[in-house]
Design a protein around this ligand. Structure first.
Ligand code: ADP
Length: 255
């Protein structure tokens, strides 16, 4: 048992198809950290998140969330986690308000607290005018904001963001950055996966590279760059995926 927000030891996941998605992953995320998990498609990022949130059963190893085993103490472990998944998985028949309220109810929040928290989050995410509208009528950006609001509704101590800004416009990306940075500063631990290296650089105090189901390197973006003998995080990532030739330092600027 540890004091870490997330303590993963030798995690293995072999799907029934025989695919070994995780091959002995160990990571420790300390309370208050903003931790980035970067890697190419198919590296095992979603599988790691699914194992942590009970959506997939590991085939080996251990996961603890704030000292609670993710399998044997599932309820306690899950209570501490907020998940904003990659795909927008809202119930189309619920209103914006019900989406938050039902989530709060599922996590055991009393009615009054749910009402207050819903109001606060609708305001924070500029969704107050849409409170009574069914989620299917919201714009893409509004749905993305609601997914994040729902993830933080029960005030999780660990927030997991799985590519939260994929396909969103610049304003919304920056809005989301401001919000998650704020709650991180207030004490929420964050695990972020992203394909945007500047996003990881901007937000994360620690970054791990995952490839082919294994953690290959971990540290600040400076440490990772040094580890790969390159000047920045993007070049380190390109080295990781074996595509050094794509480095921007090779792109000629046409006068
Ligand atoms: P990432 O999130 O980094 O893109 P995933 O965790 O989605 O990676 O996938 C890791 C590997 O596991 C890939 O080879 C993927 O095809 C496989 N995989 C993911 N989900 C399943 C599943 N439900 N059944 C079988 N294989 C899966």
């Amino acid at each position: 048992m540890t004091d870490n927000a997330l303590h993963i030891v030798d995690l293995q996941k072999r799907y029934p198809t025989g695919v070994e998605a995780l091959r002995g992953v160990s990571i420790d995320i300390k309370p208050g950290e903003f931790y980035g998990l970067l890697g190419p498609n198919g590296a095992g990022k979603s599988t790691l998140i699914h194992c942590t949130t009970g959506l997939a059963q590991p085939t080996g190893g251990a996961i603890e969330v704030f000292g609670n085993d993710a399998i044997s103490d599932y309820a306690e472990a899950r209570q501490a986690v907020g998940l904003a998944p990659q795909e927008i998985n809202l119930d189309h028949f619920l209103t914006t308000e019900e989406t938050l309220d039902f989530h709060g109810g599922y996590f055991g929040m009393p009615k009054r607290e749910r009402r207050e928290r819903t109001e606060e989050l609708l305001e924070t995410f500029s969704l107050t005018a849409k409170a009574g509208d069914r989620t299917r009528t919201l714009s893409g950006g509004m749905k993305r904001r609601l997914v994040l609001a729902r993830a933080v509704m029960h005030r999780p101590r660990l927030l997991i963001l799985d590519e939260p800004t994929a396909g969103v416009d610049v304003e919304l990306r920056l809005e989301l950055w401001h919000y998650v940075q704020k709650i991180n500063q207030e004490g929420t631990t964050i695990l972020l996966t992203t394909h945007y290296l500047e996003e990881a650089e901007q937000l994360c105090n620690k970054i791990a590279f995952i490839a082919d189901g294994q953690i290959v390197a971990e540290g600040t973006s400076e440490v990772l760059a040094e580890r790969f003998g390159v000047p920045n995080l993007e070049d380190a990532y390109l080295a990781l995926v074996g595509r050094k030739e794509l480095s921007r330092s090779h792109v000629e600027v046409v006068p």
